[in-house]
Write a protein that binds this ligand. Structure first.
Ligand code: BGP
Length: 479
């Protein structure tokens, strides 16, 4: 059989997000972001969303791993691994500290000029997310976050500013990180970071607010895509979805149908990004459930005109659901019930480990959208131990990544899926979004900092550093 290998220009790299690694939260006129007001979670408890800065509390994103001052050292290490690209985000609050100003903050713009120049020095292509979990807190307080249509203009102004400024330095863009996470509207953390909605624990209109916020974000995204192409026709602008394929718990038709419904409830986001319209099942669902988000006929034209060039996705795990019929005694919240999948292992944080699920996802996305795919997050959060010799042996991370890269290569070679790049998450240890802690580590590079914020911030190469270097060097043929 003739094998299709990964293309020579395949974008191997790593991914991070501004708020989780930069630190420098109040440097050079940066404004306060939603991420800056969250404490770390502890003992399995969720992160606390405070009302601004409360004295005596520890805010892990304030210093993070101090990439703001150490980016040169870190990019040099990425270059040593052979990165072809580096995915990060631009902190909205460095460019527009409050989000609603007319004029951008020059010091913030300069920082990213320097960062992108440093990448290009080593032939590393920046891949930039416009909004990754850190919108200006002022927009949350003064406007109620994305429930407000005005946010569209603020976001588009931000996008226009950075598209123009970096049009010769950045070619790959994404609009909103994991925009589809909002379907989990009972998760206060996700609603705050993704939609700028600070909700009560039992907010009864959470779902309805989510549809409104999501719609305005989707319109803002489409406007940004169209605008970006007019600024530089060579821009590749993608969406970014959290791909979690939903499996049925059994071959019972009711379970299979439930899994399909669960996919529909989540992947209407990528339908709109890629196909430019709400899927029929979603139109019916909104109507039947009396959700009436403000969606104008002009919005529908905008969505049509602003479809993305590629689908960016994160993939960590699959999930499994059971229908009501299979489990009649259970109290259901929402239409489906998530159950344990006994056929897959789990990470230290209980996330299913399912490499074949990645191949399945890539096939699913290719079949639905017929657009290039870019795996912009994948990885294993794990506890690491530094040996006396300053070495970190992380065979568990290598095993996870190896199996997932193999699944990606199989999708390309055996299924003909077009994948343009692979950037594992947290290529350098950083603050975990979900827990706010450092001890959930993803990196090839260890950072000496603990969950209380103590440590020298020294960088150390893990075993996986050398392994990934060889993967890139061999273009995936040596795993
Ligand atoms: C994705 C986010 C990232 C990242 C990752 C790992 O949802 O896009 O920001 O943090 O998940 O999640 P966590 O940090 O909770 O382990």
């Amino acid at each position: 059989m003739n094998k299709l290998f990964l293309p020579k220009n395949f974008l191997w790299g790593g991914a991070v997000a501004a708020n989780q690694l930069e630190g420098g939260w109040d440097q050079d006129n940066k404004g306060l972001s939603v991420a800056d007001i969250m404490t770390a979670g502890a003992n399995g408890k969720a992160r606390e969303i405070t009302d601004g800065i409360v004295k005596g509390k520890y805010y892990p994103n304030h210093e993070a791993i101090d990439f703001y001052h150490r980016y040169k050292e870190d990019i040099k290490l990425f270059a040593e691994m052979g990165f072809k690209c580096f995915r990060t985000s631009i902190a909205w609050t460095r460019i527009f500290p409050n989000g609603d100003e007319e004029q951008p903050n020059e010091a913030g713009l300069k920082f990213y000029d320097q960062l992108f120049d440093e990448c290009h020095k080593y032939g590393i292509e920046p891949v930039i997310t416009l909004s990754h979990f850190e919108m200006p807190y002022h927009l949350v307080k003064a406007y109620g976050g994305w429930r407000n249509r005005k946010l569209i203009d603020f976001f588009v102004r931000f996008a226009k500013t950075v598209f123009k400024r970096y049009k010769d330095k950045v070619s790959y863009w994404m609009t909103f990180n994991e925009i589809d996470n909002q379907t989990d509207y009972t998760n206060r953390f996700l609603m705050a970071t993704n939609s700028g909605l600070i909700l009560k624990n039992d907010q009864s209109d959470a779902e309805s607010l989510m549809y409104q916020a999501a719609h305005y974000e989707l319109v803002a995204s489409a406007l940004a895509v169209k605008l970006g192409h007019s600024i530089n026709p060579n821009f590749q602008i993608g969406c970014m979805i959290n791909m979690t394929p939903v499996y049925p718990a059994s071959s019972k038709p009711a379970d299979i149908f439930q899994a399909e419904k669960a996919m529909q409830r989540r992947y209407w986001f990528s339908d709109i990004h890629a196909l430019g319209k709400y899927p029929e099942n979603m139109e019916v669902f909104l109507k039947q459930n009396n959700f009436r988000p403000d969606i104008t006929s002009e919005d529908r034209i905008v969505l049509k005109e602003g479809t993305v060039d590629y689908i960016g996705l994160s993939y960590y795990n699959s999930m499994t659901v059971q229908s009501k019929e299979s489990n009649p005694g259970f109290h259901f919240i929402g239409p489906e019930l998530t159950v344990d999948n006994p056929n897959v292992e789990k990470s230290d944080w209980g996330w299913p480990i399912d490499p074949l699920g990645l191949r399945y996802s890539l096939n699913w996305l290719a079949d639905h959208y017929h657009k290039p795919l870019f795996i912009v997050e994948n990885g294993l959060g794990a506890y690491d131990k530094v040996e006396n010799s300053q070495q970190i042996h992380d065979p568990y991370r290598i095993a996870y990544l190896k199996a997932h890269i193999q699944a990606m290569i199989d999708a390309v070679q055996e299924d003909g899926v077009k994948v343009i790049g692979y950037t594992p998450w947290g290529c350098i240890d950083l603050v975990s979004a979900g827990t706010g802690q450092m001890s959930k580590r993803y990196g090839f590079i260890y950072v000496d900092k603990d969950d209380q914020g103590k440590g020298s911030l020294k960088r150390l190469k893990k075993d996986s550093f050398f392994w990934y270097q060889q993967v890139i060097q061999s273009n995936g043929s040596q795993l």
